[in-house]
Design a protein around this ligand. Structure first.
Ligand SMILES: C[S@@+](CC[C@H](N)C(=O)[O-])C[C@H]1O[C@@H](n2cnc3c(N)ncnc32)[C@H](O)[C@@H]1O
Length: 232
């Protein structure tokens, strides 16, 4: 007599991964990891940088003037210094500084206890805003994400809302050795003014007067782009 057959166990051919897949250079998890590691060094180097940047202070003041006192604004990628958030708050705006890196947010809160900071992706949705500033927050992610970022900002701003993008000029778009000297490999993208303009236009923004300036003596020697735009 043959032994009764055992039920065949239902073993899936491939098991579903229970742990998240590894992050790719330049994705949100990678930006958070890299900036957590370099936040303290960045703060040490750049805590007082706006004091020596009269042109930038003027551009930010002009942005604040366009938004108007009390306007609700996001400082996208506020970093550990939180100084753009603080400067805009000083111009009477209701600003929230956001960053993917918890360490950046922790340090920014410590630097400016009177300001608001939260761990958040700069592209995250939320209540409609009167303005959004991106002060060097586009460099950590691939250029292929540029269109999606501008589209997210267009959704976030109310009609008539103001955008200001500040970025370094160049052609880079890949992984490099950290220029801050942390020994990390970091994602680094640079832009032409025409690329930023095209992405903003494609997202429906009306572009204002784009300006550029040479680097100051104590800055990384790349030209800076200032792109103001309005959501119609
Ligand atoms: C070069 S730092 C500039 C920080 C600050 N704006 C300043 O000028 O001091 C870039 C910052 O953008 C943040 N960042 C990059 N991509 C981001 C994203 N998708 N969402 C939120 N923060 C982001 C980084 O974590 C980093 O703190």
């Amino acid at each position: 007599m043959s032994a009764p057959s055992q039920p065949t166990p239902q073993v899936p051919l491939r098991s579903t991964p229970q742990v998240p897949l590894r992050s790719r250079p330049g994705d949100a998890a990678d930006v958070a990891r890299v900036w957590d590691a370099r936040a303290d060094r960045y703060l040490e180097l750049f805590r007082h940088e706006l004091a020596g940047k009269p042109f930038d202070r003027e551009v930010l003041a002009a942005f604040a003037g366009r938004v108007g006192a009390g306007g609700r604004v996001r400082d996208a990628g506020c970093g550990p210094c939180g100084h753009v958030t603080a400067l805009l708050a000083g111009h009477g705006l209701d600003v929230l500084g956001v960053d993917l890196s918890p360490r950046c947010v922790e340090l920014a809160r410590r630097e400016h206890p009177g300001c608001r900071f939260e761990v958040m992706d700069q592209r995250a949705g939320g209540d409609r805003l009167d303005g959004l500033v991106s002060y060097y927050s586009l460099h950590d992610q691939p250029k292929s994400e540029l269109a999606g970022t501008f589209a997210a900002w267009a959704r976030l701003l109310r009609p008539g809302g103001e955008l200001l993008v500040v970025a370094k000029e160049g052609t880079g778009d890949g992984v490099v050795d950290d220029p801050l000297g942390t020994g990390l490999r970091v994602y680094w993208a640079e832009f032409a003014a025409s690329e930023l303009e095209a992405a903003a236009r494609a997202a429906g923004f009306v572009i204002g007067e784009i300006t550029t300036r040479e680097a100051y003596d104590d800055e990384i020697p790349t030209r800076r782009i200032y792109l103001p735009a309005t959501r119609p």
